[in-house]
Design a protein around this ligand. Structure first.
Ligand code: PSU
Ligand code: MN
Length: 305
């Protein structure tokens, strides 16, 4: 059996792909492990609406009862959102095991990229990518998202990486993996809640059409993808020093409680939301929406090329 036999496209996605109309992939770990219910559901629906508003078809990706689903029904989104934390967080390496037992899972950026490429999609929007964790020189905790970006021909729009990660090491690792990183109207790799990080991006693009041309070239060159860094809108950016302090506290707690491996990111995301009384959640929603809109604009340009 080929992996493609595990794919189920929604009718809307299948039609759009057949007619070469623009489609934007969206991940589902942001729903199952990135935000609490019901904000996660609200976000998932808002991202789909943002993509549709710009003239592209949204394709939220998850594993449902052993099938790689591209484009979810509203009831399925709702079910995943309610299971928040109570369902598997699937990275690429988990996909075969989850599929073998007919299970369901939220897919990380890495797993979503894999499924999206299998389905023939070109572009994907998320909030923040995984990266190299602080202290990785001891733990080796480097997100599979970065490796996947190095070997899968997909363009991913993100708002950079949270400073729960070591952004400098993340940027270095992206270079090692051959990932084409570009800034959308910015010259620094953004730090999720903040628009800057102090780490330069070599390639800046100011328009969706130019980005679309670059993405097509990278698809020829390969083997990896393009990471488009799109800073959080000014009006929603949080005070970098204040959030930095909270993140530092959350990391200390995680270590004290022995949180490790794939549980680290969800734990830190949850604690930061609690510590900032939801302000970080609002920022997260705003930047994810901004990314979905940009991805849709680029998808429209890709379909025109
Ligand atoms: N960063 C966020 N929000 C998220 C994630 C990361 O700000 O929801 C999720 C994404 O799905 C990402 C995953 O792919 O966490 C990375 O997990 P890990 O660090 O275990 O690779
Ligand atoms: Mn990890």
């Amino acid at each position: 059996m080929s992996a493609k036999a595990l794919l189920d496209l929604s009718p809307a996605v299948a039609e759009a792909l057949a007619a070469r109309r623009p489609v934007v992939a969206l991940e589902s770990t942001i729903i199952t492990h990135g935000m609490p219910y019901p904000k996660n559901l609200e976000t998932a629906l808002m991202l789909e609406a943002a993509v549709a508003e710009r003239g592209a078809v949204p394709a939220t990706i998850a594993v449902i009862e052993g099938r790689f689903r591209v484009g979810l029904e509203r009831a399925e989104l709702e079910q995943l959102a309610r299971l928040s934390g109570g369902v598997v967080k699937a990275s690429r390496r988990d996909l075969s095991a989850v599929a073998a037992r007919g299970g369901s899972a939220g897919t990380t950026v890495a797993a979503t990229m894999y499924i999206a490429e299998l389905a023939g999609l070109e572009i994907f929007a998320t909030g923040g990518i995984g990266g190299v964790h602080r202290g990785a020189e001891e733990t080796f905790d480097i997100s599979a998202d970065l490796v996947e970006l190095g070997r899968t021909r997909l363009a991913v729009v993100c708002a950079g990486a949270k400073s729960i990660l070591d952004i400098g090491k993340t940027v270095e690792y992206l270079e090692s993996q051959g990932v084409a990183v570009c800034g959308y109207r910015c010259d620094e790799f953004p730090a999720f809640y903040a628009r800057t990080s102090g780490h330069r991006i070599d390639h800046r693009f100011d328009g969706a059409r130019d980005l679309a041309r670059m993405i097509r070239l990278q698809r020829e060159i390969g083997p990896g993808g393009v990471l488009i860094a799109n800073p959080i809108p000014e009006a929603h950016a949080l005070d970098a020093d204040a959030i930095e302090k909270r993140i530092g506290e959350a990391i200390v707690e995680a270590r004290a409680q022995g949180i490790e491996k794939k549980d680290v990111t969800p734990f830190l995301l949850g604690r930061i939301v609690e510590m900032t009384e939801g302000r970080s959640l609002e920022a997260n929603m705003a930047l994810a929406r901004n990314n979905a809109s940009l991805a849709a604009e680029i998808a429209v340009e890709l379909a025109r090329l």
